[in-house]
Design a binder for this molecule. Structure first.
Ligand code: FPP
Length: 244
């Protein structure tokens, strides 16, 4: 991948988040402001994904999670859902080679059932071909909702308990059934475009995450904006309930 076009040498690598999760909001409003269709905003958003993935990997973030499509997004007009699915396919087709070169391990998180066959197969291909990589984990949430994930994890753990496979349902056993099992919990959540809410994103996993909200729309969230967010994280005092 080409190097990110921002100088991040000044940032203290020790103070970077390990796992950044991003709610990429504002594509539609960004396009509307330019009197363009929403699809134009989503396409611009996809270009931004490339930049932010590359910079995250270059700067040494261990895991990056992108909320690409929520279970609620099916309520959007069929054409828009189609555009979002096509962009996901296009992104993976175009970028898979780069992700491989960069050592990125791709992970799909979400429910497969409702996804078009072509989307399922490209997600599988991306996961399979990058599974032995040891660089950054790139986790893309598609057809994902956190409450459903939590209920399912609790159900599976209870099932194991009922079958006598585990002696109690505790956090460790429960977490094994989360779709993000094996990944560190996000320690930094970014949401673009002004809204200050979490929208069913990794509710269990972000218990201690620092939150960052910016008015900048996702298509304008460039490397400079990302660096500013990371710098703010570096300056925060994380106590985890302690007093130090
Ligand atoms: C929110 O903007 C954005 C989304 C629902 C989808 C995000 C998708 C992309 C950035 C494109 C492809 C993704 C990948 C991973 C390649 P919005 O439509 O809700 O904007 P609005 O709130 O202004 O209407």
């Amino acid at each position: 991948m080409a190097k990110a076009n921002v100088d991040f040498s000044a940032i203290d690598r020790e103070k970077l988040p390990k796992h950044v999760a991003i709610i990429m909001d504002g594509n539609g409003r960004w396009a509307k402001k330019r009197m363009m269709p929403r699809s134009f905003g989503h396409r611009a958003g996809m270009e931004r994904v490339k930049d932010i993935v590359r910079m995250s990997s270059d700067i040494g973030i261990s895991a990056l999670t992108l909320y690409a499509f929520s279970t609620e997004n099916w309520k959007r007009p069929k054409e828009e859902v189609g555009v979002l699915m096509s962009l996901l396919i296009e992104y993976l087709r175009r970028e898979l080679g780069e992700l491989l070169k960069e050592g990125v391990r791709f992970r799909f998180v979400g429910m497969r059932d409702r996804l078009p066959a072509e989307v399922q197969s490209i997600l599988d291909e991306a996961m399979e071909s990058t599974k032995d990589n040891t660089g950054m984990d790139l986790c893309v949430l598609v057809n994902y909702g956190s409450r459903a994930e939590i209920v399912e994890a609790a159900r599976l753990a209870a099932e194991e308990y009922a079958a006598g496979k585990i002696s109690e349902v505790n956090a460790e056993e429960f977490e094994k059934h989360l779709m993000t099992a094996g990944l560190p919990d996000p320690d930094f959540v970014i949401r673009t475009s002004g809204e200050q809410r979490i929208s069913n994103l990794l509710l269990y996993q972000i218990a201690y995450a620092e939150l960052y909200f910016t008015d900048v729309a996702w298509p304008d969230f460039d490397e400079k904006e990302y660096l500013a967010a990371l710098q703010q994280f570096a300056g925060r005092n994380r106590r985890f309930g302690d007093i130090k």
